[in-house]
Design a protein around this ligand. Structure first.
Ligand code: BG6
Length: 500
């Protein structure tokens, strides 16, 4: 493969000994190396507070990759990969470390990495983003004199609108917007990227993609996993901030946006922002019919008995953090006015599933004798994000035979066949960071508008002292969540298979 010198860079990972680096970043970088996607001179500098050295870091990373599901370990590739790796111990609160790190980066990375392009990846606690970026800026590490400098920020970007604005002001003192890569890893997922292709490379859908044909849209992300060891972060966040403010609103804007002028980052992001700006604000009066929250209690996930949220490690016994959140949104524009978008997410639910389900309107008339009105199902279009990476269109057909019996069948345009190579979202996003493509990253105004949508709900919930709704682990959440549906016959769509 021909390498571009602009992609020859050093990737500095802050928080490299942590969970994100272990389960996502290092395996993704290894896979990119295996697929010959990294420039031969690209280096990876892992930094963290732990007292590791280069050898220890290589050993740990080796174990992470061996343990990583979906990664086939190859000794030769790992040898090449390990030559890119180095470890630098940094205590972020010690101001003395930054000039040393600068010196290291300028000397170690120049010998065969003349461009001195550097991407700094913030895989650290959100509370430390500002501190580390200030230190990089104050030490001249973000100045683009001898090559590009980029900063990658993981979500959450802020805790609410005000804190997001404060953080933005703080970091924009040191760099231009073009240097900031705000990650939403959902945008790197295969089906999510396919939403644009599906919508804008197929003319037959466009006439149907509006309020005249679509009854409602559901966007679901469900997990069987509980909070695990992340309570320190999650208990202060909750499902609304953790999933809806970021991933689910991104999915909504891709499904609902107008065709962009081009697929360039700014054109795409302009269209997504227009959607977020058109969302009808949720007022105090309609919170109870537009948002729903609940918390899991003990239950069964498959054959495993699991504990409730309040009994999880590091969760306060009186925590009111929601582990399930659902929301109804209306986009008040020409295309979507009146079409409800139902978003829901939860931990410890019955299945791990992310999908966008588009429900079309009922046929206007019941024409077939002997077919009950109830037998006439609505068409659905299902975009499966995970675990099934697929695209299905449900239509009604006649059963073979003399009787007029009908049933639902699904036209399958799945994106991956068994045995096809699946790439992880982080592989794609890391490559985009190195090549400077910002189209799958969030612009600051997108983040702000997303906070504007969820903030009133989070605020009202924080003042509401009524007992929290609960749901048993392993269920599909509380049936009460249906309070947000406009029509009594609407149901949450749980499965990819047609409902008969
Ligand atoms: C993260 C959330 O952003 O996304 C987690 O913080 C959640 O709580 C995760 O589990 C889900 O991502 P994925 O890729 O596993 O669906």
């Amino acid at each position: 493969m021909a390498y571009n010198d602009q992609d020859n860079a050093t990737l500095v990972i802050f928080g490299a000994t942590g969970n994100l680096s272990r389960i996502k970043l290092m395996p993704a970088l290894y896979l990119l190396d295996k697929a010959s996607q990294l420039h031969p001179q690209t280096k990876i500098l892992a930094t963290g507070r732990r007292d590791w050295d280069k050898e220890r870091c290589i050993e740990e990373v080796r174990d992470w990759i061996v343990d990583s599901t979906g990664v086939r370990f190859d000794v030769d590739v790992f040898q090449r990969f390990s030559r890119r790796l180095d470890y630098y111990r940094v205590d972020y609160s010690q101001s003395g470390v930054w000039p040393l790190l600068k010196h290291y980066l300028e000397s170690e990375t120049t010998s065969d990495n003349k461009q001195r392009n550097i991407a700094f990846y913030m895989a650290i606690r959100p509370a430390e983003f500002g501190l580390v970026i200030d230190a990089l800026g104050d030490n001249g590490l973000l100045m683009e004199k001898a090559g590009w400098r980029r900063v990658v920020i993981e979500k959450p970007f802020g805790y609410d609108l005000d804190s997001a604005q404060v953080l933005q002001k703080r970091i924009s003192r040191h760099m231009k917007e073009q240097q900031i890569f705000r990650i939403d890893h959902y945008l790197g997922k295969e089906t999510v990227q396919n939403v644009n292709v599906f919508r804008f490379a197929n003319t037959m859908l466009e006439p149907l993609w509006n309020r005249n044909y679509i009854d409602h849209i559901q966007i679901t992300h469900s997990e069987t996993a509980g909070v695990g060891t992340r309570a320190a972060y999650y208990d202060g966040s909750g499902a609304m901030r953790d999933m809806i403010q970021s991933h689910l609103l991104q999915l909504l804007s891709l499904v609902a946006m107008e065709p962009p002028a081009s697929m360039d980052a700014e054109d795409l992001r302009d269209e997504k922002v227009k959607v977020l700006k058109s969302i009808r604000p949720i007022t105090e009066e309609d919170i109870s019919t537009r948002a729903f929250r609940a918390q899991y209690t003990g239950g069964n996930i498959g054959s495993e008995i699991v504990r409730g949220y309040l009994d999880e490690q590091n969760v306060p016994a009186d925590s009111r953090t929601e582990t399930y959140a659902a929301m109804k949104l209306y986009i008040d524009n020409w295309r979507w006015r009146g079409v409800p978008f139902y978003l829901r997410t939860g931990k410890r639910l019955a299945q791990r599933q992310s999908m966008i389900s588009i429900c079309f309107r009922h046929p206007p008339q019941q024409l077939f004798r002997d077919v009950s009105k109830e037998g006439m199902k609505q068409n659905w279009l299902i975009l499966g994000i995970q675990p099934c990476n697929c695209l299905r269109m449900e239509v009604t057909v006649k059963e073979p035979g003399l009787d007029m019996q009908i049933r639902q069948t699904s036209l399958n345009a799945s994106l991956l066949d068994e045995g096809d190579v699946r790439t992880d979202a982080y592989e794609d996003l890391l490559l985009d960071i190195l090549s400077g493509d910002r189209s799958l990253f969030l612009r600051h105004d997108e983040v702000e508008y997303a906070w504007r949508i969820v903030d009133p709900v989070i605020d009202a919930w924080s003042r509401d002292k009524k007992p929290l709704q609960t749901y048993p682990a392993g269920s599909w959440g509380s049936p009460e969540s249906r309070v947000i549906f406009d029509k009594p016959q609407t149901r949450w769509r749980h499965s990819l298979d047609p409902v008969q």
